[in-house]
Design a protein. Structure first.
Length: 192
């Protein structure tokens, strides 16, 4: 079987239904739907979500409390994982984009170092020299050993350890700049 054959839809009527007109109609329908929802505002959204909860989910949860608790903790765990990942990703972006983040902030244990090209170092966390190298490394302020970014920002990060002194709670670039201005006591925002 070729790749093209594999891509053929199971239902032969699928393509027949999908004409430029029907696609345009469907888009229009969802656009109208979105507009309507937008003007309803957040209160109406909450009410609708609650009504759906009472109708569909609550009856199941009331008859099965174990499932209820499993669902709640699953939800919290998921939110937590997403938040952790997002914060790590944002931090890595700052290291690549802003020299002042790397060079001017009071890092506690390691200072981020960005090379123009992939550079090989022995990672003290992995206990392994990364062949092919990385552009971003974290240099130990005391013994000048290096950590790779997966070791400096691990899957379960301790932000108090990772973030610079006085910046532990910062999550956005705007807040980061504001905090720097405040701590430096200067009126000028960070250069780049
Ligand atoms: Zn490592």
């Amino acid at each position: 079987m070729t790749i093209k054959e594999k891509r053929e839809p199971q239902n032969p009527r699928y393509n027949a239904r999908k004409t430029p007109e029907t696609i345009e109609k469907a888009r229009e329908r969802s656009r109208v739907h979105r507009e309507k929802r937008r003007y309803e505002g957040p209160e109406a959204y909450k009410q609708r979500a609650h009504a759906a909860y009472v109708k569909y989910l609550q009856p199941k949860l009331l008859t099965d409390p174990e499932r209820y608790h499993a669902k709640i903790s699953e939800h919290h765990a998921r939110r937590h994982r997403i938040e952790r990942y997002r914060r790590g990703q944002i931090l890595k972006q700052w290291f690549f984009k802003h020299a002042w983040v790397r060079d001017e902030l009071p890092w506690k244990s390691h200072r981020p170092v960005l090379y123009d090209q992939n550079t090989g170092h022995y990672c003290a966390g992995c206990e392994w020299t990364k062949y092919g190298g990385r552009r971003l490394w974290f240099k130990n302020l005391v013994d000048e050993s290096y950590l790779c970014q997966s070791c400096y920002i691990p899957p379960s990060p301790d932000w108090d350890q990772i973030m610079p002194k006085g910046y532990e709670d910062i999550k956005t670039l705007k807040d980061l700049k504001a905090r720097k201005q405040q701590l430096d006591g200067s009126g000028a925002p960070p250069s780049r």
